[in-house]
Design a binder for this molecule. Structure first.
Ligand SMILES: Cc1ncc(COP(=O)(O)O)c(C=O)c1O
Length: 420
């Protein structure tokens, strides 16, 4: 049996209606911005494989970091034990995070990073003996697929089967009308029962690459400070220069209390989640050992996996290089130039850019289940380009190693689609 046939027989894929799914493309290897299938076809990975890959596939520096770490220790329990990779990564992340961040808590992926953040915020108020139990999120939010993360995400077809099991979260309008969102937030905060406000800073990815301004984020964070509400920045997607700065929150002065990181954290090589918090939050969990209830009883078997931590350090080192900074700027500028070229095309509702991300929304049926989705996907696959439309929205989130030639090739394919 071929891999493709075995795949059909044995495997259940995520976010896939298995009944009429097209056969999955079998990827044999990756190199830089390219993926190669078992028929020798090449695809430009224009979405960094679910927004994770930063430096291209098979990067030798990352491979060496994993190999080197494996020679020492590949995994060890992270309670009662620690290791250099986790500690050094923590130190490195804190050097890049805003000054108010003080401690690093490890988990497995984006959803668990969010899950940890929500539990941290709720237990913070519990430990303080204050009844603040409400959570507030932005309409359209996506924070992951575990129950807490789903609860904090927009109610949608993704969450419908679990509706009665999700805890209550108040949603404020997506910030398209700034004053409305701020007024709604202030109204909720004024009741003095809100534990935390969770948001994707500047960009809601899964909602369709929807963007809002740093000025508004600054105002939302100021409200959190004013009303003593814990602010949680879900930077799972936006972190690690996706938006042009190390973190999306680097665009404003006011800083959140908690950060959630994953995806690009390991350069797209291994699963790892991080939730960082301020000293103030951390201290609310401290108590004498006789009083165990303040402890944060949360952990995973693979918490702070040494291979994942070691490769994250290597990925951060690559990010710190001047040439990476230059290429991030290059991609960002090229996106803006291309956006200006196609803006106003009658088939497009709008085109938006933020750092290394460009998104365009097509006229026609809106939303994740738009019929355009498959047509768009197939067109670009036939051109050897991997994109994964969000309904009628296509976007590019390329690895930072992508060449100008490959960007031109993708831009030309988009123009060809527009002119069809
Ligand atoms: C902003 C945001 N938060 C959380 C998640 C969940 O991450 P994961 O898929 O690693 O669980 C995602 C995934 O797309 C995301 O975009």
């Amino acid at each position: 049996m071929s891999i493709s046939e075995k795949d059909k027989n044995f495997i259940w894929h995520p976010y896939t209606q298995m009944k009429d799914a097209l056969p999955n493309i079998v990827i044999e290897r990756g190199e830089g911005a390219y993926l190669f299938d078992d028929n020798g076809n090449r695809y430009i990975d224009a979405i960094s494989s679910w927004w994770v890959n930063l430096h291209g596939h098979g990067h030798p520096y990352l491979r060496d970091a994993i190999n080197k770490q494996f020679k020492n220790i590949e995994h060890v329990i992270f309670a009662g034990f620690t290791h250099a990779a986790a500690v050094n990564l923590g130190e490195k992340l804190l050097a890049h995070l805003p000054k108010n961040q003080s401690k690093i808590f490890y988990s497995d992926d984006g959803s668990t990073a969010v899950e940890v953040a929500l539990k941290m915020a709720l237990q913070y108020w519990h430990n303080k003996g204050e009844r603040k139990t409400k959570l507030v999120a932005l309409e359209g939010a996506y924070h992951g697929d575990t129950f807490g993360a789903m609860s904090a995400s927009a109610r949608s077809a993704f969450t419908a089967p679990f509706q009665s099991f999700l805890f209550e979260v108040e949603f404020v309008d997506f910030p398209s009308a700034e004053s409305k969102t701020l007024a709604q937030l202030e109204n909720l905060f004024a009741n003095n029962d809100v534990a935390a406000f969770i948001f994707e800073p500047l960009l809601q990815g899964t909602a369709g690459m929807k963007m809002y301004s740093p000025e508004l984020l600054e105002k939302m964070l100021s409200l959190c400070k004013e009303y003593n509400v814990i602010s949680i920045a879900d930077e799972v997607f936006t972190g690690f220069y996706r938006t042009g700065k190390f973190f999306a929150c680097d665009y404003q002065n006011e800083q959140p209390d908690i950060f959630c990181l994953s995806k690009g954290l390991t350069g797209g090589t291994m699963p790892l989640g991080v939730t960082s918090c301020s000293e103030n939050i951390y201290e609310a969990f401290l108590s004498d050992s006789s009083d165990k209830v303040r402890t944060f009883f949360h952990g995973h078997s693979y918490t702070a996996n040494p291979l994942a931590c070691a490769v994250s350090i290597a990925s951060a080192e690559l990010l710190e290089k001047e040439e990476t900074q230059k290429t991030i700027l290059r991609i960002s500028q090229r996106h803006i130039t291309f956006a200006n070229e196609i803006r106003g095309n009658k088939r497009l509702k709008n085109v938006r850019c933020l750092g290394t991300i460009i998104a365009m929304e097509f006229e026609g049926e809106d939303g994740y289940f738009s019929k355009m989705r498959n047509e768009l996907y197939q067109f670009f696959i036939s051109k050897g380009i991997l994109i994964r439309p969000l309904g009628n929205v296509i976007y590019l989130v390329p690895p930072y190693c992508i060449s100008d030639e490959d960007l031109d090739y993708i831009y030309n394919a988009i123009v060809e689609f527009l002119e069809r």
